[in-house]
Design a protein around this ligand. Structure first.
Ligand code: DC
Length: 230
């Protein structure tokens, strides 16, 4: 592993700006960007297709044994999410998946399977990974841990702005309720809940632009890379 190629973990609640910021930081350093939320969404999509319930452990185990979740880049560099060989990217942000993903992502077996894939993807460094438990569970030794936060109102506004591009119709109140519900479930589950790592740096993005929050993380990462190069 090239010591200068660091692991950057970005955690935070839904709508805190993780994905866009993580993608920009990865582009800057020419690192690989991994959206772990997309992986939990993909397995949720697969489970819903078979009408599975999160508490049906036997069926969930079968699903995990027969399903591979992977992230691939297309010609334009955009990350696509696959269930086996099927590109499910257009489906994983649907209302149905968004309303169910927190239930499926609280299942221990699902988390173990996803964490195993995530660790393999990041083992060589040169990675920016975003999620809920990257700094606490997936890479507790990550070189840089960022915890992004933002007010519920700002997070819902951002989510509303993304919906037309995904052909999803949801009212502002529905979006607020979905985020509130996911915040609650993601932070209160037993297995690796959404939590700020004790050594994570918190950034409130409520009134920051993407460029500003990206720049803050780049400066922090550059300091670490510089120290490693000495
Ligand atoms: O980042 P996102 O909103 O696309 O994530 C979707 C859901 O996946 C989120 O509500 C909780 C879950 N998730 C998780 O439990 N652990 C992660 N590392 C990433 C996402």
């Amino acid at each position: 592993m090239d010591e200068r190629k660091i692991i950057i973990a970005i955690d935070g609640p839904a709508g805190s700006g993780k994905s866009t910021t993580a993608r920009c930081v990865a582009q800057h350093f020419k690192y690989v960007y991994i959206d772990t939320g997309a992986m939990y969404r993909a397995i949720t999509f697969a489970a819903l297709r078979f009408n599975l319930y999160p508490d049906n452990h036997e069926k969930i185990n079968e699903l995990l044994e027969t399903t591979s979740i992977s992230l691939k880049r297309n010609e334009t560099g955009e990350q696509r999410t696959f269930v086996n060989e099927e590109d499910v990217t257009p489906h994983i942000r649907s209302k149905e998946v968004s309303e169910n993903v927190s239930y499926f992502s609280s299942v221990s077996r699902i988390r173990e399977a996803m964490v195993e894939i995530q660790r393999k993807l990041g083992q060589k460094g040169g990675i920016v990974m975003d999620g809920r438990d990257i700094g606490t569970v997936v890479f507790p030794n990550a070189d840089l841990k960022i915890f992004l936060v933002a007010s519920l109102e700002q997070r819902a506004k951002r989510r509303i702005a993304e919906l037309p591009a995904q052909s999803i119709v949801m009212s502002f109140d529905e979006v607020v309720e979905n985020i509130r519900q996911r915040d609650l479930l993601d932070s209160s589950r037993d297995h690796s809940p959404l939590m700020k790592a004790s050594d994570a740096i918190e950034i409130d993005t409520s009134y920051l632009t993407i460029e500003e929050q990206t720049e803050k993380i780049i400066v922090l990462a550059e300091n670490i890379i510089r120290r490693k190069s000495l």
